[in-house]
Write a protein that binds this ligand. Sequence first.
Ligand code: GLV
Ligand code: GLV
Length: 321
Amino acid sequence: MKPKVILTQYYQDEPIAQLRRDFELVIVEGSGKSIAQVVKENPDAQALIPFLSEKIGKDIIDLGKNLKIIANYAVGYNNIDVAYAKERHIWVTNTPDILTPATADIAMALILSVSRRIIESDQFLREGKFNGWGANLMVGKALNGATLGIIGMGRIGLATALRAIGFEMNIVYYSRTRRQDLEQQYHFTYMPFLDLVSASDIVSLHIPSSPQVKHLFNKEVFDLMKKDAIFINVARGDLMDEAYLAEKLEKNELFGAGLDVYELEPKVHEKLLQLKNVVLLPHIGSATDKSRLGMAQMTIDNVKQALAGQTPQNIVAEFKM
Ligand code: GLV
Ligand code: GLV
């Protein structure tokens, strides 16, 4: 008998076919049931592959009587109660590296879109308002010579910084771990967090979410930003006080913001929807064909390793301690 694996939503056909070859696959999407119901009805399932938008808490973990692994289809795993999974001896894995270029591209796309008012300009033209070249038409912010403040010099933070070098930006960063190697190699400058916030023309977030950093960008921190600065978040929505950001943008106390993530995803703060100085994306950081196929493959490899009694290749940090 093939071991049973629960996948919460469909990903591409090829990885699904691969899963079906080796496992008895149960897919939640389209079943009309909740994840909890499906896990409860399949207590023999040995693996669960959830998506980042799905909360996998104690309740679901307890229902998975024979779970050996929860293989998250995402690099972030704040949707999973990792401490509890660990207590139950259930591996938790994620999909790092493979989605780094795609996510850094989206950070760069947001930086360009906001600084050069790309979306606003496109809408302007489509509304029939383009009546000729104008010295003051859709003037944005120069990137060359601007200071990009990277918060979190991990894989995605670094990939974003390397892209920004191509745009002739100065890179400053704040990170838990100082990276003197990168400072020497790329002339990055380390700064304490609050200094970075007030010195940067663009602030871009690249840290994982956790209760300790909820609303890292609160009123006090947002108020340290330059009045014509740009705020970019491709990490997680709960790192920022979204309502306060909306208020600041509305009062033009920032040049603009580019967001791929939201506090109450998929809900977006109503005020943001009315503003022209913010670009809003539907959490598409990792959404390239290459990245998504790679992420799916990683979930499958992790599941296979766990069910073969091995330590999976992408266990999350909490399992390395
Ligand atoms: C995307 O947000 C991810 O964590 O994979
Ligand atoms: C964070 O998890 C990263 O990949 O940079």
